[in-house]
Design a protein around this ligand. Structure first.
Ligand SMILES: [Zn+2]
Length: 870
């Protein structure tokens, strides 16, 4: 599954920070007395009534004679259940809390094979999980399409089943739909029969054995573009009229499928692979890897040259690459239980970057991923973090596992281990793992053991250090001397934490790579507080975590840090970005003074790699946000403009012929950053281009839409805001309309922010846009947005997906920068959040305290450091 955005991913997990002993004994799972083998499901949806009827035949094996069969069922009414040829139906009992149904038969079923036959009915949901609908403006008026999304545990809302990842079975799905509509599932259509009433009955080919959460059905007025890729029918299914915008996605699929066939050493096993697009969006996810029928929201799928930027294309590439990787890592080989979700998500997140780096090195994907790594380490250093592998007793709590740690840290640990053992050995281990466990289920140690089988030294102990305990190692330079053309550095390992509760001592075996300019790097394992000497060729500034493939922070000695600053422009971009990230982090928590940070910022050349400059724009915006309402903000902005303006001066407003995509992306970000820093020239130029766009839309290239609209919206007066609102109402394209509404939520003016809040929940913006708008208002006005949500909860709640409402509010509050937010959040939690589910509230409070602490203790020092350089 691809997350909706990093913003939501940061919200995190709802389980205990101190890991309970890892045991399967506490798990809430179905009894294993009966095993499912095959399902034959037949569904008849009634899209207008938002209901469906279904029948299912389930081939099972009873391990011993039994009168009862318990399976998962939620919001389904089982009208009749029989076994084999027995005419007497079973009694059906429900356990609503545990989402189960129990069939009790008049006579025991003997040990061995049986077939259950169930007739049932269910509901089509309004929010995008289970069996749900998405409504949109079609070519001929309002239209409705149906989709499913079952991870983690929503297949039970579609069919009574053993809804656990280890209960793999063969699925044969059939459905009855209007003749003009196209149904899509995991497998190709096997048979179509036209019915007398104008409908058709479509049966799909049986799937291979797979987990319930990967089953898929969509029905709508679709069209499909497709091509053959090495014998696999590869396609993109979109609502009618959108096919031209699907071309980029189809090209991407055709590009990455052969790469994966080679990398995994096992060819893609199904006869077809579709991407199925859906209008709208979700707070929770952007895409879902259903086997053979990946679902993707259109925002992350369609590329329209008129409105899509280079960044949009990269996002499409990344989301698709991620989901296609799951066809092996997740679908062919599946984690046995949700504890090991990171195996799916960490791996897919890591390889999406690896594939992008292979096909599009000019995007600088690894550098880009370092920005997320910096954020991941910030979250992992705060109260409320958790280990990558985390016990999840009940699947109903597994939702929270889809977070920054699972995705971001999981990917970072894999990246570190790949770099440590070598790319080829790592790939050999992956091939061995896939081959050994195809169609099966695994735990993390199966993966490490497959790697160990191809390595001279076992990786398992190091892997355990980074996956079974939370937190970020800190590697400190204790000493550095140069003799006979060699550097000897003394390194110690501690823990990097931003609050006391995340600071308990921990031991990690950290693979540390050090390098001097123009010499081969050296790697050693550093563990514990005693100095580990590491020798490397050459003298001069010594970079620790060279290449920045390691998951740890670095504290340099003063002399070496000064030498690094002096040679900063000559460092590799990975090291430039990583050192910036470590320096910000250490300066924020008081481990370093602000003076060296400002000295480092001065050393960043105007022609620095665009991905490094992009990271700098992110940090400058974050600092500006921390300064909100403080007396030093104007002076900080004046200083920050001197850092960022030379970058824009170098690349200009208009694309140069042949410039890379990364420059286009940087241009967008640096314009938005300078606008946030109140750069009058930039704001005036954006307004000029906006006015020209209103007179003649073709004057504004797609790549400048976002920075121009964002800047104008941020600095809007009422007349400009109204003009943009009119654009939103008039936009014919669904993605474009959504964008306009989100821009409207960016106004700095408090009155306009209030109007945006009211507009968000008015019902006027497209379905699913409200959460994005509320979040965007909170970027500028966290207190206003939070107060609005609490006061108008009855109006806001229907726009938030059930199950993620409390998380959403906690995350909104976490944008706050003042301690005054904490009692407000706690008051909300008392009324709305069950006592056992307040981990998100805890984490939000940690984030607020972190921001408030920086404002109180660190920014005054930054004020002085900035004053000295101006
Ligand atoms: Zn995923």
């Amino acid at each position: 599954m691809a997350l909706a955005c990093a913003w939501f991913a940061a919200a995190g997990v709802a389980f205990a920070a101190s890991a309970a002993p890892r045991t399967a004994a506490n798990r809430v799972i179905l009894p294993d007395t009966v095993a499912p083998v095959a399902y034959r499901i037949d569904i008849t949806p009634d899209a207008a009534a938002l209901a469906f009827t279904g029948t299912v035949e389930i081939d099972i094996v009873a391990r011993a004679a039994t009168r009862t069969v318990t399976l998962n069922s939620l919001d389904l009414v089982i009208e009749r259940a029989t076994a084999d040829a027995l005419a007497t139906p079973a009694a059906v009992g429900y356990d609503v809390r545990r989402q189960r149904a129990t069939l009790t038969f008049a006579h025991p079923l003997a040990a061995g094979r049986h077939t259950l036959r169930l007739a049932y009915r269910g509901r089509i949901a309004d929010s995008p999980s289970g069996f749900f609908h998405l409504d949109y403006r079609g070519e001929h008026g309002d239209a409705r399409a149906l989709y499913t999304k079952f991870e983690n545990s929503d297949a039970r809302r579609f069919v009574p089943c053993w809804d656990e990842p280890a209960r793999k079975a063969v699925f044969t799905l059939a459905t009855t739909v209007p003749a003009a509509q196209m149904p899509v599932s995991n497998m190709p259509v096997a048979a179509t029969e036209t019915l007398a009433d104008g409908r058709k009955h479509v049966r799909f080919a049986p799937t291979p054995p797979m987990s319930t959460y990967l089953l898929f059905l969509a029905v709508g007025d679709f069209e499909r573009v497709h091509r053959d890729v090495g014998g696999v029918d590869v396609g993109v299914v979109v609502r009618r009229g959108q096919a031209p915008a699907a071309a980029y996605a189809l090209d991407t699929l055709a590009t990455v499928l052969p790469y994966y066939n080679d990398y995994f050493g096992t060819p893609y096993p199904l006869p077809k692979l579709d991407i199925v697009g859906g209008p709208g969006g979700s707070q929770r996810y952007a895409a879902m890897e259903n086997w053979g029928a990946i679902f993707v929201f259109e925002q992350s799928l369609l590329v329209d040259p008129r409105i899509s930027s280079e960044r949009d294309r990269q996002d499409v590439f990344t989301v698709l690459t991620h989901e296609v990787a799951h066809q092996w890592f997740g679908n062919l080989v599946t984690m046995a239980w949700w504890d090991d979700l990171w195996l799916n998500e960490g791996f897919a997140t890591w390889i999406e970057t690896k594939v992008a780096a292979h096909f599009h090195p000019d995007w600088y994907p690894w550098l880009d991923s370092l920005s997320w790594l910096q954020w991941t380490m910030t979250v992992d250093a705060r109260r409320g973090t958790h280990p990558v592998v985390t016990p999840i007793d009940d699947v109903l709590a597994a939702d929270g596992a889809f977070d920054t740690i699972t995705y971001g840290k999981g990917a970072a640990v894999i990246r570190m281990i790949e770099a440590y053992v070598g790319a080829q050995a790592f790939r050999d281990g992956v091939r061995r793992y896939i081959d050994a466990h195809r169609y099966g289920n695994t735990v993390s140690d199966d993966f490490w053991r497959a790697l160990d089988a191809v390595l001279p030294q076992p990786i398992l102990p190091l892997a355990h250090d980074f996956t079974l305990q939370a937190g970020v190692p800190l590697v400190s330079e204790l000493s550095l001397r140069c003799a006979n053309g060699h550097s000897v550095v003394g390194l110690a390992q501690g823990r990097f934490a931003v609050d006391a509760e995340a600071g308990g001592a921990r031991m990690w075996r950290v693979p540390v790579t050090v390098a001097t300019p123009d010499a081969q790097p050296a790697t050693a394992i550093v563990r514990g507080q005693r100095a580990t000497p590491v020798t490397t060729a050459g003298c001069g500034p010594l970079v620790i975590n060279a290449g920045h493939t390691g998951y740890y922070r670095v504290r340099y000695g003063d002399g070496n840090f000064a030498a690094i600053v002096a040679r900063y422009a000559a460092l590799a971009p990975e090291d430039q970005l990583g050192i910036l990230g470590d320096t910000f982090a250490l300066a924020y928590n008081g481990n370093m003074a602000m003076g060296p940070l400002v000295a480092l910022l001065r050393a960043v050349p105007a022609d620095v790699n665009p991905a490094v400059a992009s990271y700098l724009t992110y940090q400058m915006k974050a600092l500006d946000s921390l300064y909100t309402g403080l007396p030093g903000q104007a002076a900080f902005r004046a200083y920050a403009r001197t850092v960022m303006a030379p970058v824009l001066a170098r690349i200009g407003w208009d694309a140069a012929p042949g410039e890379g995509d990364a420059i286009a992306t940087l241009r967008s970000e640096v314009i938005e950053t300078l606008a946030a820093l109140d750069d009058a020239t930039v704001v005036a130029e954006a307004r000029r281009r906006f006015d020209a766009f209103r007179a003649q839309p073709a004057t504004l290239p797609a790549s400048l839409r976002e920075p121009v609209f964002s800047t104008v919206a941020m600095h809007a007066d009422a007349a400009t805001w109204d003009a943009m609102h009119a654009l939103a109402r008039a936009a014919g394209n669904d993605v474009e309309r959504r964008d306009y509404y989100v821009y409207l939520a960016q106004a700095r003016d408090a009155g306009l922010a209030d109007r945006a809040l009211a507009l968000a929940v008015s019902g006027e913006p497209p379905t699913g846009t409200a959460p994005q708008m509320l979040r965007r208002v909170a970027d500028q006005h966290p207190d206003r947005a939070f107060a609005f949500v609490v006061l108008r909860w009855d109006q806001v709640a229907p726009h938030l997906e059930p199950g993620s409402r409390e998380r959403f509010v906690a995350r909104l509050a976490s944008q706050g920068r003042d301690l005054a937010m904490i009692p407000k959040l706690e008051a909300y939690a008392r009324d709305h959040v069950p006592a056992g589910a307040r981990q998100d509230v805890t984490k939000a409070e940690a984030a607020i305290r972190y921001a408030a602490d920086i404002r109180r203790t660190r920014l005054p020092e930054l004020d002085r450091a900035v004053a000295e350089v101006r």
